[in-house]
Design a protein around this ligand. Structure first.
Ligand code: XIL
Length: 334
């Protein structure tokens, strides 16, 4: 800010976004509405470093629709407006998931036809509202279990496995121009899971379900390095289905005992770098999204106690070796 309180736009110093723009790469992050509203350094860093955002929670069923037929779009609108004002793309996440559902829905005891109606109405309202503004959607999130079968959820139990088809058709009807994705975790490490995701997509395409792409979340741990070395095959075979392949939620967590040490930070940087390098070499897509960028708002310690420091900036927004690793892959790309 200058003395007038006007934001100075930094056009000189290098940033991930500038490197990525030069090579037509999308480099994104999830964005937390709480941090966005309360932390100016977060906002500055967000727009300086990234050209895409995924609202971290604001577009999920629970936060968006706390009571039946009552929608609260305020948080999502703020993030979408911000993205547009700063020439960033938005990835919509996630229309159908088994988690972060509102209580009225998970405790509702709805019949199959009622739940289909709820699902399709929800998609129509949300995708319809942002049609032409949110051009990419995670339509179905995490529907496959570790053994490769359809995961048990309110959707699969009440509707059956075709809830996936129904969701994609509804999203396509609501915005025929949007790119529609299936998104899942663990596909880098667990073979049965990865095979299950691959088969699901193969089947969807076979039945002409309008799916355009697959999102690989890639929540990694330092111990996942061997899996990272096997990534090529998965990227290649999914691309072979003529699907867009995006990395949608990359983070690399450490087991912490106080502050991370030098070796851990170097190993973390190596993994960030290897993932980007393999991805950019094996796919023609160029969309890489981190699940956060500063350790200050790392989601990991809340879900994996004892782990954390997963991001490329530390809690004080100092660049970690992971930042340099990401930057060097974005610039190395021909
Ligand atoms: C996480 C958010 O980061 C947390 O803030 C929230 O409490 C739980 O969800 N896979 C996904 C994301 O698809 O939506 C999850 O995000 C992380 C795992």
């Amino acid at each position: 800010m200058n003395v007038m309180g006007i934001e100075e736009v930094d056009t000189l110093s290098p940033s991930l976004r500038k490197y990525a723009d030069r090579n037509s790469i999308r480099i994104g992050t999830c964005a937390s509405i709480e941090a966005f509203q309360n932390d100016p350094v977060y906002v500055q860093t967000l727009k300086r470093e990234f050209n895409l955002i995924t609202p971290e929670n604001a577009l999920k069923f629970g936060p968006l629709c706390p009571e039946q037929d009552v929608y609260n779009f305020e948080a999502a609108d703020r993030l979408v407006d911000f993205a547009e004002a700063n020439n960033m793309e938005v990835r919509g996440h996630a229309l159908v998931w088994n988690l972060q559902l509102p209580a009225w829905l998970s405790r509702g005891n709805f019949s199959r036809s009622e739940l289909i109606r709820i699902l399709t109405d929800h998609i129509k309202v949300v995708v319809g509202r942002y049609a032409g503004r949110i051009k990419i959607w995670d339509v179905v999130n995490e529907a496959i279990d570790y053994d490769g079968t359809i995961k048990e959820s309110i959707w699969s139990k009440t509707i059956g496995p075709d809830f996936i088809d129904i969701a994609f058709h509804a999203a396509h009807a609501a915005d025929p121009a949007a790119l529609l994705f299936y998104n899942d975790y663990g596909t880098e490490a667990k073979e049965m899971h990865a095979d299950g995701v691959y088969k699901l997509l193969q089947n969807l395409l076979h039945r002409n379900v309008p799916v355009d792409g697959v999102g690989l979340q890639m929540h990694l741990h330092l111990d996942d390095l061997p899996a990272v070395q096997n990534l090529s095959r998965n990227f290649r075979r999914l691309s072979g289905l003529r699907l867009l392949v995006h990395i949608t939620e990359l983070d690399v967590r450490l087991s912490l005992n106080g502050l991370p040490n030098k070796e851990q930070l170097a190993a973390q940087a190596y993994i960030y770098g290897q993932v980007l390098k393999t991805y950019l070499a094996e796919t023609t897509c160029k969309t890489i999204i981190l699940w956060g960028f500063t350790d200050r708002y790392d989601w990991i310690p809340h879900f994996f106690p004892g782990d954390g420091a997963s991001m490329i900036f530390d809690e004080e927004y100092k660049k970690k070796p992971g930042y340099e690793a990401v930057a060097s892959q974005l610039t190395a790309y021909p």
